[in-house]
Design a protein around this ligand. Structure first.
Ligand code: G3P
Length: 221
């Protein structure tokens, strides 16, 4: 399963990229707005730091606006994936950009039928938002299960990109289902890294080493 980071925060992107954890990045207008500053320079910088796919989202809602923005975004780097909303114009833009060889991520997907239509339009990625479904009392992970089952019956080539991930158990469940990608807020990736027994174990190792060192002051490793 590929891991993308769901952020426009350059510090977090560099931090996790240096650990070799990142296969790509997803952004959206809210994430760009959260960071402030000049969005265009941030977008360019992200495409330079990350070798893998970087989803940058259009803000037009009409077909021709999405095409113009999508092409401009794509100039930021050959790894740019144009993110379009799951709307009739979004799917038309998906078909058009995909047929020109520009990869598309269809976002704001909340049903398996929407995912099916995005795949039919030629999307490289389909982004179901599981956390937002959980928020309204629906089972977000069940949507991933359904899409996985539907896609496995056919040969779309569209990857399931699990979005709106809220906690580490979402990641475990998505991996068990066999989702292609999860996109994680930095906080979730931080939580996945840590375990109290790792911290306790390391403290014990270091304390024991100090005891040994006190009787062997000249020994170093
Ligand atoms: O990238 C879009 C998606 O991950 C948004 O998540 O937490 O705003 O529902 P959230």
């Amino acid at each position: 399963m590929k891991i993308f980071l769901d952020t426009a925060n350059l510090e977090s992107i560099k931090k996790f990229n240096d650990m070799g954890l990142l296969d790509g990045i997803t952004t959206n207008p809210s994430l760009m707005s959260k960071e402030g500053g000049d969005p265009k320079s941030a977008m360019k910088e992200i495409t330079k730091i990350i070798k893998g796919d970087v989803s940058l989202e259009v803000v037009s809602t009409d077909f021709s606006g999405m095409i113009e923005e999508g092409k401009r975004l794509r100039e930021f780097g050959s790894n740019v994936v144009v993110k379009v909303p799951m709307t009739p114009d979004g799917l038309k833009a998906c078909k058009s950009l995909s047929s020109e060889g520009i990869p598309v991520n269809v976002t704001l997907v909340f049903s398996s039928n929407q995912a099916l239509l995005a795949a039919k339009s030629g999307a490289k990625y389909v982004s179901p938002f599981i956390g937002r479904l959980d928020d309204i009392g629906q089972d977000g992970m069940n949507l991933i299960r359904e899409i996985k089952e539907i896609f496995s019956n056919y040969d779309f080539g569209t990857q399931i990109l699990v979005a709106s991930v809220r906690h580490p158990m979402h990641v475990v469940d998505a991996a068990k289902i066999g989702a292609d990608v999860v996109t994680l807020p930095p906080g979730v990736l931080d939580k996945m890294l840590g375990h109290p027994l790792t911290t306790i174990g390391l403290d014990n190792f270091l304390n024991d080493w100090e005891k040994l060192k006190s009787s062997n002051p000249d020994s170093k490793i």
